[in-house]
Design a protein around this ligand. Structure first.
Ligand code: HEM
Length: 144
């Protein structure tokens, strides 16, 4: 039987080739860092809904990363449990102080995870500038 292929106007790709094109850890991590940046400044501006939205996106990124790179599964699950759950709770309570403290702990922990997996030279930090691509404060009640 013919193997299934994906066809584009440029040619054909096998399923294995398509699977091999899925984003790797580096791409997922860049997306994660972007969401972390937006989440931080959204919460700082009191836009807890946008913060929550970013965190949901971060959880999805972790799930996808675990799917394409299963060796990281346990580490990603542990990180999510130890850090994402607390951040979510702080956002639910709208506690900036607690959120800020937990974010610092998560960033610190990411250094340890990177070192553990042989990437000690990758030390993520939240940029000092707010992201320019979102209106950060919550919309006025009547605009929701
Ligand atoms: C808030 C948490 C985290 C942030 C913000 C973060 C951020 C980053 C960033 C910015 C990179 C560099 C990507 C690039 O320049 O291409 C990276 C790489 C990486 N991170 Fe994370 N990371 C986090 C947590 C984790 C966790 C929990 C793991 C667990 C396994 C992990 C594993 C890796 C690996 C393996 C790489 C190297 C990817 C590669 O080049 O193949 N990270 N991370």
């Amino acid at each position: 039987m013919d193997q299934p292929v994906g066809k584009t106007r440029h040619g054909q790709l096998s399923l294995d080739e398509i699977a091999g094109l899925q984003p790797g850890m580096s791409e997922w991590m860049l997306a994660l860092a972007q969401r972390m940046h937006v989440m931080y400044f959204a919460c700082k501006a009191g836009n807890w809904d946008l913060g929550m939205y970013q965190l949901r996106g971060m959880r999805k990124i972790f799930n996808n990363a675990a799917l394409t790179r299963p060796k990281y599964n346990a580490a990603l699950e542990k990180f999510a449990k130890d850090h994402f759950d607390g951040l979510e709770e702080a956002m639910r309570r709208q506690s900036w102080e607690e959120f800020d403290r937990l974010i610092a702990a998560a960033v610190e922990a990411s250094d340890r995870y990177h070192a553990e997996w042989g990437y000690g030279y990758i030390r993520y930090r939240i940029p000092s500038q707010a992201p320019g691509d979102y209106l950060l404060p919550p919309p006025a009640e009547d605009a929701r």
